[in-house]
Design a protein around this ligand. Sequence first.
Ligand code: HEC
Ligand code: HEC
Length: 207
Amino acid sequence: MKSICSSSPWAAVVALVCWGSVLAAEAPGIDQAAAKIAVNICSNCHGPGGHSTSPVFPRLAGQQELYLAAQIRAFKAKERGDPEAHDYMWGMATLLDDPMVAGLAKYFAEQAPAPGTPGDPALIEAGHKLFLEGDPEKGILACAGCHGADAQGNAIFPRLAGQHKAYLARQIDVIQRQLRNSPIMHGVVQNLQPDQIRAVTEYLSAQ
Ligand code: HEC
Ligand code: HEC
């Protein structure tokens, strides 16, 4: 920890992370320490309270707590190997110990999720159908079966409702190409076609 804390080019960010870990180790208030990290560091990219406005950065507000913690661990383990994960999250995740990961996951899960962004009605309808029914001919399972009827997610299944559509499409792409190691999802989306990805992400971001 010490060498990371003194050698990263992201001196300001790292200083705050290290400061947060010290707080977490010394004080019983992990929730408070996590909230400080969230406000001072994570919000620079993910927006205040996880309400990101740029599609490069996923919205974290209202995301499932178990999913959030699992993903921070996945960045740490380099199981998410796409360029954005590598460039933005690998170093960040390394600096977070287990209690801090749990505290941050709780913090973002407790924030109210963003309302959907209106989109193209015909695409939304097609995407909604695919989400609820899948595409049996192509062996694509119904997304709702795991992500919930309203795409609200559950435990390790992420909330998809209200997420940036470009972020969702990028994740489907990196899962198809196995840059993001996700065996369950790879099987589901490997045959998903570009027009189906457009429709389902239009639907999801509008929820
Ligand atoms: C410098 C910008 C940046 C900062 C600071 C940052 N992130 Fe990220 N984060 C990203 C990007 C970009 C992605 C998307 C990675 C990808 O496409 O695989 C991401 C993805 C995530 C994800 C996965 C979300 C999902 O829906 O799968 C989680 C969880 C996350 N970040 C948590 C955090 C936490 C907690 C902090 C603060 C300790 C933080 N991030 C700070 C840029 C950042
Ligand atoms: C069998 C269960 C299952 C089904 C069916 C399923 N998913 Fe998933 N999905 C998951 C799991 C588990 C994850 C988390 C993957 C991980 O941990 O890397 C996930 C992750 C995702 C992500 C990444 C979210 C993020 O925040 O990074 C997207 C996008 C997604 N699923 C879209 C879909 C779509 C669209 C469908 C329907 C065509 C679908 N999923 C069907 C289990 C499922």
